[in-house]
Write a protein that binds this ligand. Structure first.
Ligand code: 5GP
Length: 120
């Protein structure tokens, strides 16, 4: 399978679909999740066409990977959860329950986010 350039985050990156932007630089865009699970719920995505952590680790340039990692901390600061604490989540593939096939990190905070994953 290859990258689907019709996915919703690709459309946001092309400006075809609006987003509520929190942060942007040459390599990264961050915007509020349309269906927030916590008071702060921001998605941090690379501008490059990578479906998941797997692909970016394999094919991403170091400068892109560094920018993404640094953007997570910048978004945490901008949304005022940096020092109170927050969670970073990236779902990968079918078992990871990834819905949008463009790499994204969820930044969740603004209050206790609860146990990491409910045990079955
Ligand atoms: P995943 O399950 O792939 O890790 O998470 C996808 C996330 O994207 C979900 O939290 C969902 O609410 C969010 N999302 C889906 N479509 C849109 C959209 O059009 N705009 C924004 N801002 N978020 C979206």
């Amino acid at each position: 399978m290859s990258y689907d350039s019709g996915n919703i985050f690709a459309r946001i990156l092309r400006g075809e679909v609006p987003c509520n932007r929190v942060y942007e630089d040459d390599h990264v865009l961050a915007f509020h999740d349309v269906n927030p699970a916590r008071p702060v719920h921001v998605l941090v995505i690379p501008k490059g066409a990578y479906r998941s952590v797997n692909e970016m680790a394999a094919d991403g340039k170091d400068v892109e990977i560094a920018a993404l990692f640094r953007a997570i901390e910048k978004v945490a600061a901008l949304t005022k959860v940096r020092d109170s604490g927050y969670r970073v989540v990236s779902n990968v593939g079918a078992n990871g329950h990834q819905e949008v096939p463009h790499l994204h990190f969820h930044i969740l905070g603004g209050g206790p986010v609860g146990p990491m994953v409910k045990r079955d």
